[in-house]
Design a protein around this ligand. Structure first.
Ligand code: CO
Length: 211
């Protein structure tokens, strides 16, 4: 059996097992989704959001890209964010990075990798903001781990800089923003950073006063 054929076969088994456990499972989800959480995570196959949080279809709205970045010109991410915040009215936005992230590791090298250079440059910028702290660590693995954490924190700040989040904070005192990091070695998620609605940004120049 080909790899993709196994996916289709297993899907049928999964759907049947869901119906066996709860005959109404799919009917409830057909017409509406009411996820309370938007998850922005890495595309890495080892960090599947629903599986590592034991959540079900309908529970989490998900956007994934290389190294869980929130780039303010990324129409894909911004469209997901706007829909989740303004239409679904999610209560929480989680940026979840992970230790061992290949995107962050690649950004810490001087190797040109083609098109993805442009994406990884956002991570190089995070490194530049914190180079003194990172360079003071003597172990290479510790430097990568720290940039992974700082990258998550930066993406939480990037969310708070969007007019989408700032307008929601003003209009409905939500959502809360969270920065988490997942450890591949033990499967545990560690919270790193939280921003409550209305919390001041790193610099006032990012705050819009006419929303
Ligand atoms: Co990654």
């Amino acid at each position: 059996m080909k790899v993709y054929e196994k996916l289709l076969q297993d899907n049928k088994q999964w759907a049947q097992s869901k119906i066996d456990q709860d005959p109404d499972f799919f009917n409830r989800l057909v017409n509406i989704q009411r996820p309370k959480i938007l998850w922005i995570g890495c595309a890495d196959s080892r960090v599947p959001p629903n599986e590592i949080t034991q959540t079900n279809p309908g529970d989490i709205f998900i956007h994934r890209n290389v190294a869980n970045l929130v780039v303010h010109t990324d129409l894909n991410m911004l469209s997901v964010l706007q829909y989740a915040v303004e239409v679904l009215e999610v209560q929480h936005v989680v940026v979840c990075g992970h230790y061992g992230c290949g995107g962050v590791k690649a950004a810490m090298t001087n190797t040109s990798l083609g098109l993805i250079n442009k994406w990884l440059r956002n991570i190089k910028d995070v490194y530049r903001y914190h180079d003194h702290e990172i360079d003071a660590l003597h172990d290479e693995a510790a430097r990568v781990d720290r940039l992974i954490e700082l990258n998550v924190q930066e993406q939480v700040y990037n969310l708070a800089k969007t007019s989408i989040i700032q307008k929601a904070w003003k209009d409905r005192k939500g959502p809360f923003l969270h920065g988490w990091v997942y450890r591949l070695e033990d499967g545990i998620i560690h919270p790193l950073k939280e921003m409550a609605p209305g919390e001041p940004l790193e610099h006032g120049i990012y705050e819009y006063d006419n929303l």
